[in-house]
Design a protein around this ligand. Structure first.
Ligand code: DON
Length: 564
């Protein structure tokens, strides 16, 4: 009964105009889409994860403490993408001025090889890179969390405890989660030899309790033994046994040698802002710099939000950035990527030389740019009251990754190997194509689109932004920034207004269902192929305005904003 009441409350998503006291009750909670607060804020894909982060801030933790607690809670309450069996990226700005990027993207196992997903005739078999034990890269999230922990203040035990409690005692799932577990039921059963927490005899309904005892025990062991538990301890043993059962490739050496890597954040100017974003092996930061650089000469703001002229310009910019992604980008530890050329003002100007206002471009004609030295080389945002800002995007790739749960350990394995180019020119699950730069190699990281991003104004955080959505991510981040920076939209409108997506190939513009029809018609007249699709991304932002933090959770999901 209590659960059905809680779900009735869930239906009434509230907008808090002032930060309010919100009780943390995993069986009775509501979704808050916006919070305006003075001291700190957390916005993530699930109310319980945001609330866990908020409580850590209120207990004196900084943005890193809150981010770690939120991330671990997401691994429990948002198993579709929150994870310990996947990977991700963090971009952060420290109050003292330092910028940090941490790469904990999965790596190809040592036994992986370039043609591992081709049959004897050389045909790609994408099912293998998506649905089997062969689909997983070596998980990076736990190494990443401990790399983030270097910047935290509270004891790790305190940060992981809420996740342990949520896994052990359970929580009420939302309507969207019930629908999602039911939609994936057959796959969970088919791909797992033992029972998983995500399948029960009857179908799920909103308000049902999800309890994950095996995951709780894994988190407990990590609490006691740290990262080495995951990479060398009992949890590692369980992963290797799981791989043995399913003919996967993980070895003890793969796990023992996995490390997260600190990289230099992309850092570039756009209007009056400094933009910090994720460098390779994510394509996100490079694409964002290219797109913001390409629009710069055009006075986009004068064209007006969602005018045909503005949308067309942004489509053409997206087309060109994604053409370069397919041609030039891959793991910088393995291939040489001409990053400085790709983001230079002169190169970006040349890229736009064949742009004709009012006339659709064509991806057969407009391909990757001419770069001579090609031989060279679930998102959440947290802010504290000290000036630290954290943007983290993490993933299992597909919803619930490979949907294979490590027996005994209770966590889901990623299917990130599909983000490699499994064969030159063969699209991955997001339709992205690639070449040798993103070909599979042992120990290499697959190219990503995740774009955790922070805008600084006068050296202080102005916007924290990021999204899920595969290849649509850089475009969601690009459009959210432009909505605020060029068109002056409110934080909520910048997130929630209809988005559009072009990724070079396929040569179509994908629009959300609420994209204005009249503009879509004008784009058709210009020669664009327009396709309607389901929602694009779930963008969670914190906007700093005067002395307030405006946190917004995207309307497209259960995303929730908390502040104090
Ligand atoms: O790294 C990437 O680009 C993808 N694996 C991200 C997956 C994703 O965003 C799934 N969310 N819808």
């Amino acid at each position: 009964m209590r659960q059905s009441i809680s779900i009735a409350i869930l239906l009434f998503c509230s907008i808090a105009l002032k930060a309010q006291e919100r009780n943390f009750d995993p069986f009775n909670y509501s979704i808050q889409k916006q919070s305006i607060s003075a001291h700190g804020a957390v916005v993530s894909a699930h109310p319980l994860a945001s609330m866990v982060g908020l409580s850590i801030l209120q207990q004196g933790g900084n943005a890193f403490d809150a981010a770690i607690a939120t991330q671990l809670a997401l691994a429990v309450v948002f198993p579709g993408a929150g994870n310990i069996g996947g990977g991700g990226f963090m971009v952060a700005h420290l109050a003292g001025g330092k910028n940090i990027a941490i790469d904990y993207r999965e790596k190809a196992p040592y036994l992986a090889s370039r043609d591992m997903y081709l049959d004897s005739l050389g045909n790609a078999q994408p099912r293998l890179s998506l649905e089997t034990h062969l689909a997983s890269g070596i998980p990076g999230s736990i190494a990443g969390i401990f790399a983030e922990f270097k910047y935290a203040r509270l004891p790790f035990q305190k940060l992981i405890q809420p996740a342990i409690d949520l896994a052990k005692n359970g929580f009420a799932i939302t309507a969207a989660q019930a629908a999602s577990f039911n939609a994936n039921r057959k796959d969970f059963i088919k791909r797992n030899s033992s029972a998983t927490a995500f399948v029960k005899p009857a179908l799920w309904k909103a308000g049902d309790t999800l309890i994950q005892p095996a995951l709780a025990n894994t988190l407990l062991r990590i609490r006691e033994n740290g990262a080495s538990e995951f990479y060398q301890g009992e949890t590692a043993k369980m992963m290797l046994e799981e791989m043995n059962r399913g003919k996967g490739l993980f070895s003890a050496a793969d796990l023992a040698q996995y490390t997260a890597t600190e990289r230099t954040a992309m850092n570039f100017k756009y209007k009056k802002f400094h933009v910090l974003s994720m460098p390779l092996p994510s394509s996100g930061g490079i694409l964002l710099q290219q797109m913001l650089g390409m629009i710069e000469p055009y006075h986009l703001s004068d064209m007006g939000f969602q005018s045909a002229a503005a949308v067309q310009l942004m489509i053409e910019v997206e087309r060109r950035a994604f053409a370069d992604r397919a041609e030039f980008l891959g793991d910088p530890d393995f291939v040489k990527v001409p990053v400085s050329t790709l983001v230079s003002k002169s190169y970006l100007k040349k890229r736009m030389a064949d742009y004709t206002p009012g006339k659709a471009g064509n991806s057969l004609v407009t391909r990757a740019g001419n770069v001579k030295e090609s031989e060279e080389t679930t998102h959440f945002s947290v802010a504290d009251n000290e000036g630290n800002a954290v943007a983290i995007t993490t993933t299992l790739n597909d919803s619930y990754g490979s949907k294979i749960v490590v027996t005994g350990a209770g966590f889901i394995l990623n299917n990130e190997m599909d983000d490699f180019s499994i064969k030159a020119g063969v699209p991955n699950m997001y339709g992205a194509i690639g070449n040798e730069m993103n070909a599979i190699q042992a120990g290499k990281r697959m190219l990503s689109s995740m774009t955790p991003t922070i805008l600084l104004k006068k050296g202080k955080p102005f916007l924290i932004v990021g999204s899920p959505g595969g290849t649509t991510i850089p475009n969601s981040v690009f459009q959210t920034i432009v909505n605020i920076g060029e068109f002056g939209l409110s934080a909520s409108d910048a997130v929630n207004q209809a988005k559009f997506h072009h990724q070079w190939l396929p040569d179509s513009v994908f629009i959300e269902r609420d994209f204005p029809q009249a503009i879509a018609e004008q784009l058709k007249t210009m020669g664009y192929s327009i396709k309607s699709r389901s929602s694009i991304g779930r963008t969670d932002i914190i906007l700093f305005k005067k002395k307030s933090l405006i946190a917004v959770g995207d309307k497209r999901g259960d995303d929730d904003a908390e502040g104090y």
